[in-house]
Design a binder for this molecule. Structure first.
Ligand code: FES
Ligand SMILES: [Fe+2]
Length: 448
């Protein structure tokens, strides 16, 4: 963001190459405040992160409040129709402009001295302006150096140094987003029905890991298995390690997936229904995509995947992983709704989301308890322990079973830790390279 400060301590004080290897990671990475500072810089300031979806701000004046690392931002829809990301922080003396999660406004007016900003961050009015020597043009809200969207998913790079979004997403990331959006007859999804946040006393990185961990379901989610023995999880991810055909996939660049497609035994298994019970949806999709492609989509369903670093495509849920501090995070989720289908179909998606992800549901609360237990158990791990072999976490499962796929991905059994390794491989690359001392080229920390 314009005005982002440079680091206030020597770069790369933590040796990430020594704390993350191909098959293990060090426990200190989950609670060391210096590591958290580095992550906010390397991942959430110098890299691309997901902000929100265009469907959340459908009309001019709509805005939603988010955090990009530590930076509070607003995703807005301007009268021109353009979507903007601006700092939720008055450029006069720093007051937060919006306190609610979302709203609609013609302008943002600061409640301290009433400076008024347009939805794109331009400063449009200042009371008693004669006292200021600076031009209003210089005093707009901070804006990320780069904002781009892909199929309605808006990403931002605060300091503007990250290169094109297409490079960050790669074919792996765009392919995952495509597979979700293509399930909509119009090609567009809608995630404007509201978000639920689980505040968890754990480090944020446990969630890219556990959301895409195919090894834990039989145990952490045993109550779900007992209560709902007929869900598609039985076919796709439960049971013995060779009991299904699902795969743990590393698509590269930190984008990882539990790919259930090879396990489905029928169309719409992922929705817990059959084509004859949702004929309107099936017909709409066939009309939009043709019978062959529609059949494939109905069979394959949505991905279960992480788009690095903070977007979880949780089948028909979206989740945002929001770091708060080294030991706190918020796991936000919302139901994916499809455009071009009737509300009864979308209501089914909402009910399914509530049962899986909500506060009284099966999945996230159990994962939250597990994450907090891990966090507590790692509290003593120090970086200095690494050399003596203490405090390491093993992510080696299935490494020797990994195989290269046709699109360059690596894949192994769904219960293998290929997804964890994929996340950590990107983490190590980003942390080691983006925090390296400057070499005399352009310096980070200020966007044009
Ligand atoms: S702090 Fe916003 S107008 Fe003064
Ligand atoms: Fe889980």
């Amino acid at each position: 963001m314009a005005g982002t400060e440079s680091r206030d301590r020597p770069p790369a004080a933590v040796d990430y190459r020594s704390l993350v290897s191909d098959d293990r990671v060090h426990g200190s990475l989950y609670h060391d405040p210096a590591v958290f500072d580095d992550e906010m810089e390397a991942i959430f300031t110098r890299g691309w992160a997901f902000v929100g979806h265009e469907s959340e701000v459908p009309n001019p004046g709509d805005w939603v409040s988010r955090r990009l690392g530590r930076e509070p931002v607003l995703l807005t829809r301007h009268r021109s129709g353009a979507v903007h990301v601006v700092a939720n922080r008055c450029s006069h003396r720093g007051t937060a402009l919006c306190w609610a999660a979302k709203g609609t406004a013609n302008r943002f007016q600061c409640n301290y001295h009433a400076w008024t900003f347009d939805l794109d961050g331009t400063l449009v009015a200042v009371p008693y302006p004669a006292g200021f020597d600076r031009s209003k043009d210089e005093l707009g809200l901070d804006r990320p150096g780069q904002v781009e969207s892909y199929r309605g998913f808006v990403f931002a790079n605060l300091d503007g140094s990250a290169g094109p979004l297409a490079t960050h997403l790669g074919e792996g990331g765009t392919g995952l987003i495509d597979r979700l959006c293509d399930l909509s007859p119009t090609g567009r999804i809608d995630v404007s029905r509201g978000w639920i946040g689980h505040k968890v006393s754990s480090n944020w990185k446990m969630w890219p890991e556990s959301d895409n961990d195919g090894y834990h379901l039989n145990w952490v989610h045993a109550s779900m298995v007992d209560a709902t023995p007929d869900t598609y999880y039985n076919e796709t991810v439960l049971g013995g390690e060779t009991g299904n055909q699902s795969r743990a996939v590393d698509w590269g660049d930190g984008h990882v997936e539990l790919d259930f497609r090879p396990s489905y035994q029928r169309a719409l298994a992922w929705l817990g229904t059959t084509a004859d019970r949702v004929p309107g949806y099936c017909q709409a999709l066939e009309q939009a995509r043709g019978p062959e492609r529609a059949h494939r989509l109905l069979w394959d369903g949505p991905p279960h995947a992480l788009v690095f670093p903070n977007l979880f495509l949780g089948e028909m849920n979206l989740a945002i992983i929001e770091p708060v501090s080294p030991t706190e995070m918020v796991h936000w989720h919302t139901a994916v709704q499809l455009e071009g289908v009737d509300d009864a179909f979308n209501a089914r998606l909402r009910r399914q989301s509530e049962a899986a992800m909500g506060p009284a549901a099966f999945i996230v609360p159990d994962d939250a308890v597990t994450a907090e237990r891990i966090q507590g158990a790692l509290a003593g791990a120090r970086p200095g322990w690494a050399a003596s072999g203490r405090g390491w976490l093993d992510v080696s499962r299935g490494a020797r079973r990994e195989q290269a796929g046709p699109r360059g991905e690596r894949a192994a059994l769904v219960s293998d830790e290929t997804t964890n390794r994929g996340f950590w491989r990107q983490y190590r690359r980003v942390m080691a390279s983006r925090l390296a001392p400057p070499t005399g080229g352009p310096t980070y920390g200020g966007a044009a």
